[in-house]
Write a protein that binds this ligand. Structure first.
Ligand code: SF4
Length: 146
């Protein structure tokens, strides 16, 4: 599945859950709480393929899935930057110190596995938007650049 296909599919899944929670008149705080890993795994098993194996994408006690993926992630299949002969297809907009690059055949991809920035409740509350696509607007704009 391409990034853009995943993006649309994930946006639709996220939106459907939000519509359901709004019909239950949930507050912002309750919605964020609903997206904790343990609750999502039980209530929304199709949201993430890792739920089936009870596997977290990041090693953190309180993992929140509201912001999968990260609004700071930038991707473009044609490459975002080229340095010393290496094409960077993905980067971090804030250059998080926890982001690393995996390089294979002169192509670099950002590895966010050590970064917990978007999975904390404080970050989600600060940047909260009911529409996941709004939060991810900059990511999509980068991905669509020719
Ligand atoms: S390194 Fe962290 S902040 Fe940067 S894109 Fe990855 S998850 Fe987001």
């Amino acid at each position: 599945m391409s990034y853009l296909h995943w993006f649309e599919a994930h946006a639709n899944k996220h939106h459907a859950i939000i519509v359901k929670l709004l019909m239950q008149k949930m507050s912002k705080e309750a919605i964020i709480d609903y997206f904790t890993f343990e609750k999502m795994r039980l209530n929304e098993p199709d949201f993430c393929p890792l739920y089936g194996d009870c596997q977290k994408c990041h090693t953190m006690e309180k993992l929140n899935c509201y912001l999968c993926a990260c609004p700071h992630f930038r991707f473009n299949d044609e490459g975002i930057a080229c340095r010393e002969g290496i094409t960077y297809k993905s980067t971090c907009a804030i250059d998080s110190r926890k982001g690393r690059y995996a390089v294979f055949e002169n192509v670099a991809h950002l590895d966010c596995s050590l970064c917990t920035v978007p999975h904390t409740e404080a970050f989600i509350a600060k940047h909260f938007d009911l529409e996941w696509k709004h939060l991810m607007r900059a990511c999509l704009e980068h991905a669509l650049k020719a």
